[in-house]
Design a protein around this ligand. Structure first.
Ligand SMILES: Cc1ncc(C[n+]2csc(CCOP(=O)(O)OP(=O)(O)O)c2C)c(N)n1
Ligand SMILES: [Mg+2]
Length: 394
């Protein structure tokens, strides 16, 4: 089953004699699914502003990002990685209860997409989308406290791990059943439409989500109603131990067309390409033209959770993706702009270390507080607006 991840694709491409794009879209896997998307194919699926090669070249600066924006993208990705690395160490020390999930290697997907959203837009991130919370303004110390179940965590110790959302930043707490957040985001977009508000909802879903009924319900209703919602399909090659070829028989991005709206594929390890695709999708949504499915192709570089040694992942696949690290890529870009990327990395690491010390010093919640907030009391409190650092909103 694990055969041919990188090599079969390369063979198909050379057999296609340059028709790699079509090949990536239509190739049939021996057991019936589409050919897995692999690093070597990314040149043909990237829809970055000027294509992957130019995007790597700082001279080909993207049209909608200033130099400061590009640094900000890097900063958020560095924060995400540093927080998750610190939290993983804390987990191994027994300080993080339950299990531990991270988005190592996928930082560009949550950061790039969230960066395209305005203050009054609403976001529904999933378990590998820590970058979205950071972009919207949740402080690292509160996130680390969240992992450790402390009173100062986002949920005040009610959920120790990834099912959180700081509603003051316009982010919904995650519903664990996947991909229910697609329905939540679609519902919010319906409200925006009914109220005539120029706002957009954004949510992420995994490749595994594509096999669930909620995926189709959300996509169908969003298409029928032409709702202002953006679905980012975080295709990280696996849903727990299930590879793509056992997940779907057709390329999932094709499904958008069936529901009446466009699906685009971007290099999910390129924060600027993800940003640009989601920015364009949001613009489309605000213009009343309806939803977009953005498939961000990436790789889950760690196990499903910290307990998972991912022995089902071919080592050569991991090695190939390790050479496409989204943070290193953005570091090269900002370094070419004259920014000291090493100093930025050191600054972020020091910030996260201080945040960890603050979180470790925070108290555990008072057990008497456990039932507070279970039922709504009094007037409903609406979600707040989040930070929207992209210069386009200045
Ligand atoms: C309906 C449902 N079934 C099972 C789970 C348990 N679960 C949590 S994450 C996950 C894997 C999901 O894979 P994918 O959608 O590809 O997202 P990824 O973890 O790869 O980001 C599973 C099975 C769940 N949360 N919801
Ligand atoms: Mg997945």
């Amino acid at each position: 089953m694990q055969r041919g991840y990188a090599s079969a694709g390369a063979a198909r491409r050379s057999a296609a004699g340059g028709g790699a794009e079509q090949n990536a879209r239509t190739a049939t896997h021996p057991i019936g699914g589409p050919e897995p998307k692999y690093p070597g194919a990314m040149e043909v699926v990237s829809s970055g502003p000027a294509g992957a090669a130019a995007a790597e070249d700082p001279a080909g600066a993207p049209a909608h990002l200033t130099a400061a924006d590009r640094v900000e993208l890097l900063r958020a990705m560095l924060q995400m990685r540093a927080i998750e690395a610190r939290a993983l160490a804390l987990y191994k020390q027994g300080r993080v209860p339950g299990s531990f999930y991270d988005g190592f290697g996928q930082e560009a997907v949550s950061v790039g997409a969230a960066f395209a959203m305005g203050p009054r837009d609403r976001l529904c991130p999933l378990h590998r989308d820590l970058g979205a919370h950071l972009v919207r303004g949740v402080e690292p110390a509160r996130i680390l406290a969240q992992y450790m179940g402390r009173a100062s965590g986002v949920t005040g110790g009610r959920d120790g791990n990834v099912h959180f959302g700081d509603r003051t930043t316009g982010v919904m707490g995650m519903v664990s059943m996947l991909p229910d957040m697609m329905c939540v985001a679609t519902g919010m977009a319906m409200a925006f439409k009914l109220r005539g508000e120029a706002r957009c909802a954004l949510t992420w879903c995994g490749d595994g989500a594509t096999s669930r009924g909620d995926f189709h319900e959300a996509m169908n209703w969003a298409g029928v109603q032409r709702l202002p919602v953006v679905f980012v399909l975080e295709n990280n090659q696996f849903a727990y131990s299930t590879p793509l070829a056992k997940q779907f028989a057709v390329d999932p991005v094709e499904r958008a067309r069936v529901y009446g709206f466009p699906g685009v594929t971007v290099d999910g390890n390129d924060a600027e390409a993800v940003f640009e695709a989601v920015r364009a999708a949001r613009e489309r949504a605000l213009a009343g033209e309806g939803p977009t499915l953005v498939e961000a192709v990436t790789m889950r570089m760690h196990g499903h959770a910290a307990h998972d040694d991912m022995r089902y992942v071919p080592p050569e696949l991991l090695a190939a993706w390790a050479g496409r690290d989204p943070i290193e890529r953005q570091e090269r870009r900002v370094a070419a702009l004259g920014v000291d990327a090493d100093a930025l990395r050191a600054e972020v690491e020091a910030e996260v270390e201080a945040a960890a010390a603050e979180a470790l010093a925070a108290p555990m919640p008072d057990p008497a507080d456990a039932t507070r907030g279970v039922f709504a009391v009094g007037e409903p409190e609406p979600l707040g607006d989040g930070r929207a650092p992209w210069s386009g909103f200045a």
